[in-house]
Write a protein that binds this ligand. Structure first.
Ligand code: ZN
Length: 75
């Protein structure tokens, strides 16, 4: 995916987290593991924490410091 703000290529990765570990993003197709928490994943500063765990496929632009992911919403 090309960044809509700066037109550079974005890096595909997986957002994941739970209420204890915080929200992390790791490049590739798999969520961060326990081992990645020591070095291959990055904390997402914008995250607000709940008790529910989750993963989201998200693209990251390191130039703009933005992430993009597809979603719909449900009540
Ligand atoms: Zn960008």
């Amino acid at each position: 995916m090309v960044c809509p703000f700066c037109s550079k290529e974005m890096e595909k990765g997986i957002l994941s987290g739970d209420g204890r570990s915080g929200v992390t993003w790791k490049a590739g197709d798999k969520k961060a593991s326990i081992i990645d928490k020591l070095g291959g994943s990055y904390k997402v500063g914008a995250a607000k924490y709940t008790l529910a765990a989750f993963t989201i496929e998200a693209y990251y632009c390191s130039a703009c410091k933005k992430m993009i992911f597809d979603t719909d919403i449900e009540k």
